[in-house]
Design a protein around this ligand. Sequence first.
Ligand code: HEM
Ligand code: HEM
Length: 398
Amino acid sequence: MHAPSSNRYTVVAILLHWAIAGLILFMIWLGWNMDDNEARFQLHKSIGIAILFLSVARVLWRWRNPPPPLPDDMTPWEKRLSHGVHVAFYALMIGLPLLGWLLVSTSSFQISTVLFGTVSWPHLPFTEGLKGGVVHDVTEFLHSKGAWVLIVLLGLHVAGAIKHEFAAEEGVFKRMIPGLFGRPHSPPPAQGYAIAFGGAVLLFAIIAAVPLMKSSPSAPASPGTTGTVPADEGNWAIDPAASEITFTGTYQKKPFSGTFGRWDASVLFDAEDLDSSAIEVEVYPGSASTGTKLYDDTIQGGEWFDTNSFPAVKVSLINIAASADGGYTAEASMLVKDQAINVPFDFNLTIEGDTATFDGRTTLSRKALNLGQQSDPGGDWVDDSVEVTVKGSATRKE
Ligand code: HEM
Ligand code: HEM
């Protein structure tokens, strides 16, 4: 006869068991039903990473709080089988999320992972050269088949629990359910909260800090002096607080819009001498903010603006000419990554005394700019055309 304190799992172990079991079953269903729905992919990745850290906590907890010994009336092979299933479960609880993480890290679709819409999750290191290759295909196979292994194990696991409950044996089920439903619950004294949960949270925090540290170098070395018209040679100073560059587009049929938080312009403009007027703008796409973290992170990724290698997009307004309606026509000559294109850019400009107000717009094609052409060349998710609007005011320099 076991003392009540020794034949039960701790409350923490019970909670972790059922939370992880429920999440895993939901994840298998979700994995099979993601279709092309990006929100479901993000949810799958978010819950999967949560399972990874709950499982890390669970393993650490188990180390500090060993499970109760199996009932004496189980035969040795039953004990071995039960133990084997548990070990395999732990391997899958950690292994499936790791495979999923490797899967998205090696995908040729460089889609960012933002956990529950808030925490930017990095890709695994050293996966740069593996994108779209055989490692990805093998990982995809293992991740998908791993779910089936889990289902088979679950069959054995549940069969075992039922058999031991209803055969004339001591039973194990009551060990894993809260006292409410079983015998009065007197769990063994628990210890190691800090190790189990502190350890899991610390590991999570270290990994989550990686993207935060990476995002800082996209700031320009010396703002305002990077254009080919040095800022001090321009005859107009842009008023940053009153000026903005915004963009709008469509993502899965829903409109989105955003603002570039950081850009520099140098403006040499004389309405009487348009030929020698020149407007240079450098826009930092890493500063784009749409209100949705997933979009902001994706914009910075390799197949989009690749802001680690190309922090700035350079734009020069050339061929400025007065149009019949009192506005101006021009061409925006842009360098996006290593892609140079020219697009028409019309703008209005009103000068009153020493203050100029302006607004202009253009429509850009993602295909022409080579943005997101691996994961979405046909514009199935993000529409090919993105409209960019510039407006603001400037003051004449002395
Ligand atoms: C315990 C955790 C997880 C379980 C049980 C699970 C289960 C599944 C299942 C059943 C599928 C469908 C496979 C198929 O179509 O045959 C799937 C697909 C997928 N999972 Fe997971 N997953 C887990 C964690 C993760 C994590 C952490 C990530 C990424 C961070 C991830 C990324 C993916 C992706 C990208 C797919 C689509 C694969 C494809 O067909 O291209 N999974 N998952
Ligand atoms: C995906 C779902 C599940 C997973 C991954 C899972 C995993 C595990 C693991 C790893 C253990 C061993 C704990 C340890 O000793 O460290 C365990 C124990 C247990 N599980 Fe599950 N489980 C799942 C679902 C279920 C279900 C549906 C039942 C209900 C019949 C169940 C009943 C039990 C019982 C009764 C024990 C205690 C066994 C014992 O005392 O040795 N589990 N489970």
